[in-house]
Every structure is written in C-alpha cells, then in structure tokens.
Design a protein. Structure first.
Length: 278
C-alpha cells in the first residue's frame, strides 16, 4: 500500500458513522450484511447509508457481492491488514515485533497460495494490460496478474493506456503484449483463473489451460475504438479503469479457499453483470 492509498483509507474512516459501519461489518464476518440490516442496526436512512458505504467501497475496505436478489456488504480484511501494516512498517526502526501489541494487529497469513489470474483480449494492448496492472497493485501477495491475447499487438500496449496507468502510480516497465500460447502447454506458467475482457476473441478457441481453471468473460469496451474529443476519450478510459478496479476489488475479496469450484465459478461469472457492481 502506498501513501496516497493509505491516506485515502484513513480519510474514509475519519468519520464516526463510517467507523461504526466498518466495525459492524467486521463483526458480521465474511458473509457480511445486507443494506436493510445495516441501516436497521445503525439507525441510518437508506440514502445516508449508501453515501457511507460508497466511501468505504472506494478505498477497498468494504465490498458488495450478490446473494440471490440482494447485495451483501462485507469488510475486506486484506486491505485493512495492509493499512495497519503501512502504519506499523516503520515501527521501531523496521522491527515491529518490538512494538508489542501493534505487531499482533497484523497476524501473519499462512497456508494461502498465490493465485495466478490471466486476462485475455485479442490484441493484449489495453483492457487486459490494465487489468494485469490493477491486480498486481491491489491483489498481492495472494493474486498475481498476467495478460495475453490471441493476436497480440506488435506495437505493444496502447500509449494512452500506459500513460493512464503511470499517471495513477502503476509500474508499467514490465507490461507488454504477448500471445496466450505462452500460458498453455507443458512448462507454461500455471494459471488458476482465465478472464476474457472483450466481447469475442475473433472467434478463436482458447487454448486448453487445464480442467481446474476457473474461467469467465467480463465484456468491456475497447479503448482503441473510443471516439470523440481528447477529453471525451480520456473520460471513457477513466470509466474503464474504474470499472475494472471495482470488479477486481470484489474479486480479490471472494473466499476462494472455502468456496467449491462450481460456486467460485458462478461468483466470478457474476462480476460481468453491471448490477453486481452496485
């Protein structure tokens, strides 16, 4: 977590209602609570609750997932742990164990593997590149982003996409367009999730990534086809980034180690639906 993200999270928490809201959701556990139950317990009007939930969602401390016909809101432990870790990191000249109780606020997470997530687009020059960069920023150490395409662009990622990512503090030095065949076949990097971000992959059939891979399609607009003025294209790129980040914030909050394969497949597929995004 960098300084800007930490400052934004503390700013969101610097309000009594939002602090009470996060504490309530932490007490509710990973299943969370629906909006009606939260409003009842905190004596809040629906409009006021929506305002405070959105503030916490924007900094990643709360996420919503759909359960049937309603949304459940749950506290996100990984970002909260990262926030506490950011504060304690410099404690006692880099030796937080000397700080007593503060070290125990950040328990070590053991037994959880790193999940490799492959994002696909035909050219691997925009949406998949953006998704790789976002996941590498918000998902580590438990999720690692990769990207590829069926017909990777020889010119590499779109300059506008790289410029946007750099402006938002992402390291773009390792981002490049590559074929999805780099992730298929013997000796290839094993992937756990494969998510297609375009409407079609030019009618091509994806390589065989193995029977245990969770797959999904989250169709999103192609930045190379954005038209209008420079300001209008920039606004569309901002919307695309925000949409991807929102989906990935929910994605990394899913209980991947406790859901069975079919349930996890369904939850990942549901993130294609704009309604799930609130």
């Amino acid at each position: 977590m960098d300084t800007d993200d930490a400052a934004a999270a503390f700013a969101a928490l610097g309000q009594p209602t939002r602090l009470a809201l996060l504490r309530l959701l932490l007490g509710a556990g990973p299943g969370g609570l629906n909006a009606g139950e939260i409003a009842f317990r905190l004596h809040l009007a629906p409009s006021s609750l929506s305002f405070h939930l959105r503030a916490l969602e924007q900094v990643g401390l709360v996420a919503a997932t759909r359960h049937g016909r309603y949304l459940a809101y749950a506290a996100q432990l990984a970002p909260l742990r990262a926030l506490l870790g950011f504060v304690a990191d410099a404690c006692c000249a880099g030796r937080p164990e000397l700080c007593g109780d503060i070290a125990r606020l950040i328990p070590e997470e053991t037994g959880m593997k790193t999940f490799n997530v492959l994002f696909l687009c035909t050219r691997n020059s925009a949406r998949s590149i953006m998704a790789e960069a976002i996941l590498d920023r918000i998902g580590r150490p438990h999720f690692e982003g990769h990207s590829a395409g069926s017909d990777p662009s020889p010119e590499g990622p779109l300059p506008a996409v790289l410029e946007k990512l750099r402006a938002l503090g992402h390291d773009t030095s390792e981002l490049h367009s590559k074929s999805w065949h780099a992730f298929a076949g013997p000796g290839a990097q094993k992937v756990d999730f494969v998510i297609a971000l375009c409407d079609t992959l030019n009618g091509q059939t994806c390589p065989d990534f193995g029977d245990t891979v969770i797959t999904a399609a989250w169709p999103l607009p192609d930045p190379s086809k954005f038209t209008g003025t420079e300001a209008e294209r920039a606004a569309l790129l901002n919307e695309l980034y925000a949409s991807l980040r929102r989906r990935l914030e929910i994605f990394i909050s899913l209980p991947v180690t406790t859901l069975d394969r079919m349930a996890l497949q369904r939850r990942v597929e549901e993130l294609a639906d704009p309604k799930v995004m609130g």
